[in-house]
Design a protein around this ligand. Structure first.
Ligand SMILES: [Zn+2]
Length: 306
């Protein structure tokens, strides 16, 4: 009985961390790829099918048959912003964030394990790390072009990083991936929102698959803009998403995600999907533009490593 309960819990949590399901992830990547401007490399503009395929890629790393992979990367899909409300601004790099969380955990007596990184989530860190990989690959591409070397291999790397990045950016636009309210309301509940563990998958997977296609929101995606500070822009995007958690619950309460849903649910969901495509396109564009800046020849010496 215990093991059955555990299996059910694992299934619920797995579903909860998927975000947007297969369809939503593919649509977000595709809608962004179709808007890549002519000022970016042509091979990337032609890779719409590959980029769309890669949208769900990190969800393919969540099978119990690869336990090390599953364990290591599941916290990448979310961040419970309420658990880090005391940490503003968020540190810019992963290990500084981890250190702050462990310090907090050590000084807290009330549910200290709520501050474990795997409970809080590492969403903005993996996003900026994959962004960094993409930017480094773009820089390599520029160098190889300038040296008249073949670029096929680096093009494949760029397509992979661009598609992989799309997964996390998409997760970040799903309000329930930014909150402790990820799958059923917890704590004080004056509006009587659902406490059932079903709203997450009902919204992001079942409702989207049955009612929305990429064409429904592609028109909302505009030409990309270069971001002055990609990390700050991305955290603001996550906070905006977190500000819409109650909208998801209110729409669910009104039956908006049941069956064919409601016009309000359609409007809300298409705008969330478009916000993801827009942020993804802006990050691709910013990585491309920033990759033109050469790495300083005399980089400051790195601290000694083991
Ligand atoms: Zn995910």
């Amino acid at each position: 009985m215990i093991s059955l309960g555990l299996i059910a819990l694992v299934l619920i949590q797995s579903q909860a961390a998927a975000a947007w399901g297969n369809e939503g992830h593919s649509y977000i990547n595709r809608a962004a790829a179709e808007k890549i401007p002519a000022t970016m490399p042509r091979f990337l503009r032609r890779a719409v099918v590959e980029i769309a395929y890669l949208g769900p890629e990190p969800d393919r790393w969540r099978s119990p048959s690869e336990p090390a992979l599953k364990n290591a990367q599941e916290p990448d899909h979310f961040i419970d912003l309420e658990r880090v409300s005391w940490l503003d601004p968020l540190p810019r790099v992963r290990y500084e964030f981890l250190r702050k969380l462990y310090e907090k955990r050590a000084s807290t007596t009330d549910h200290p394990d709520d501050y474990l990184p795997e409970r809080v989530g590492l969403q903005p860190y993996i996003t900026m790390e994959v962004y960094g990989r993409l930017k480094a690959a773009f820089r390599e591409y520029r160098q190889q072009r300038a040296a008249h070397q073949p670029t096929h291999a680096v093009e494949e790397a760029i397509i992979f990083y661009a598609g992989w990045l799309g997964h996390y950016v998409a997760d970040g636009s799903q309000p329930l991936h930014t909150t402790i309210q990820y799958n059923g309301w917890v704590g004080p509940n004056p509006n009587g929102y659902t406490t059932e563990h079903g709203i997450h998958a009902q919204f992001e997977t079942a409702y989207v698959a049955a009612n929305i296609t990429a064409n429904d929101f592609a028109g909302l995606v505009k030409s990309p803009e270069r971001l002055d500070d990609p990390f700050a822009a991305y955290v603001a995007y996550l906070r905006q998403s977190n500000g819409m958690v109650e909208n998801v619950y209110a729409l669910e309460e009104a039956g908006g995600f049941t069956g064919k849903g409601s016009p309000a649910a359609f409007d809300f969901t298409t705008h969330r999907l478009a916000a993801a495509s827009q942020m993804l396109l802006d990050l691709w564009y910013t990585a491309w533009m920033e990759s033109a800046t050469p790495v300083p020849e005399h980089a400051p010496s790195a601290p000694a490593t083991k």
